[in-house]
Design a protein around this ligand. Structure first.
Ligand code: ACO
Length: 355
């Protein structure tokens, strides 16, 4: 457990950090996973009743058939806690033994306090450091890569990584071009230090901020604070230039995957499953074509959950581990793109012995 315990005299370090005492490499094993999706299902046919849209248009353009929408009593932190608790239970790790909590989201309960601290408190992980990572849909992969860095330095041994999103509260439900695309969910993994070779084999992270205007909440932040005008215009809602994001996604997914594999010294044939960000089935199909792979090498669940942003990859991972479609010792390629505009790809060998 990470307790803030200031040394009586300056010892040049913090007492609560157990720096690695050996030069042997420290690896990270995924020992637990969990997911949570709200019970309320909204189908495309449900949306046909309130919007000028059709099941046919949504399925053809996106592959989405239904999405989960959080209930009135749910928030981003309550969903994160559900997924995080499941992951901790699977790892058989008490929350009090965590050294770090990372929460990836763009839809926190509040701007302040950080949602990661709310999750920490609700889990009962007293004084454990907690950090929110805000890189849009790539947030979980960014957070996972950050977790592995702390493991590799020996600073921390037990890390909870959560990807969670409650975007339904940030959408204009009259805007058919946006509200049909997203759903609410959470997913989480526990990464624990081990001396057995496994874990993060290679990764690439990137961002082209010059294109950030393509996915934006124009108002509600410091650039344009909330006001009656903002409310009247609806410029506090999430907006997206779908065509530009589509082009960006199809441009980055293949090269990012290739770079992560190259960094890992591996080929695509060494990977059991590719788990892409679930934004649009056509983007996943384009990636499969570019990589020369059949679609069944990719984990796809966009039909049932729509785009759950930072939750999409951990949700797909946890669900498929639970179904035993993904085996605990499999090697995975995670690849994502999103607001920022950011991209992230990581090759992860979940447990030792998969070589
Ligand atoms: N139902 C019916 N018609 C619709 C709907 C709808 N729900 N939404 C838009 N249309 C109409 C448009 O009004 C337009 O009509 P018009 O030609 O008369 O003007 C027509 O359909 C075509 O619209 P486009 O936006 O060109 O449709 P496109 O084929 O590009 O599909 C989509 C739109 C699905 C958004 C696609 O561009 C896409 O998936 N882009 C990528 C999105 C993405 O990956 N986002 C991930 C990041 S999000 C994040 O990080 C938070």
């Amino acid at each position: 457990m990470a307790v803030y315990d200031p040394p009586a005299q300056d010892s040049g370090t913090f007492a609560h950090i157990q720096w690695g005492t050996t030069m042997a490499p420290i690896y990270g094993k995924i020992t637990g996973w969990g997911a949570y999706a709200p019970g309320h299902i909204v189908t495309n046919h449900d949306l046909e009743r309130t919007l000028d849209t059709s099941d046919e248009w949504i399925v053809q353009r996106t592959g989405i058939r239904e999405r989960r929408i959080a209930g009135a009593q749910e928030t981003t932190s309550t969903m994160a806690v559900k997924a995080g608790s499941s992951a901790l239970a699977k790892a058989n790790l008490p929350a009090t033994d965590l050294d770090l909590i990372l929460v990836a989201t763009s839809s926190p309960d509040h701007f302040t306090p950080p949602v990661s601290s709310q999750v920490q408190a609700a889990l009962g992980a007293s004084n454990v450091p907690a950090l929110t990572i805000v890189t849009g849909c790539t947030g979980f992969v960014y957070a996972l890569v950050v977790a592995y860095q702390f493991i590799a330095t020996g600073a921390y041994s037990n890390i909870l990584v959560v990807g969670v999103e409650l975007l339904s509260r940030f959408l204009n439900w009259q805007d058919r071009s946006m509200c049909v695309l997203f759903g609410d969910a959470a997913g989480a993994v526990v990464v624990q230090a081990t001396d057995q070779p496994c874990g993060l084999k290679g990764f690439v992270l990137g961002s082209d901020g010059s294109q950030s205007q393509h996915i934006i909440m124009p108002a509600g932040g410091s650039a344009r604070p909330f006001s009656a005008d903002v409310l009247a215009e609806g410029s506090h809602y999430l907006q997206m230039n779908g065509r530009e994001v589509f082009k960006f996604a199809t441009r980055v997914v293949g090269p990012a995957s290739g770079q992560a594999l190259q960094h890992a010294g591996m080929g695509i044939e060494d990977v059991d499953w590719i788990i892409p960000h679930q934004a649009n089935l056509r983007i996943i199909q384009a990636a499969a074509r570019e990589m020369g792979l059949p679609l069944d090498r990719f984990v796809v669940n966009i039909d049932r959950y729509a785009n759950t942003s930072a939750a999409s990859i951990p949700l797909a991972l946890a669900e498929n581990l639970d179904y035993r479609r993904i085996k605990p010792a499999d090697t995975l390629l995670l690849v994502s793109f999103g607001a920022g505009m950011t991209w992230a790809a990581a090759v992860v060998q979940m447990q030792p012995g998969a070589e």
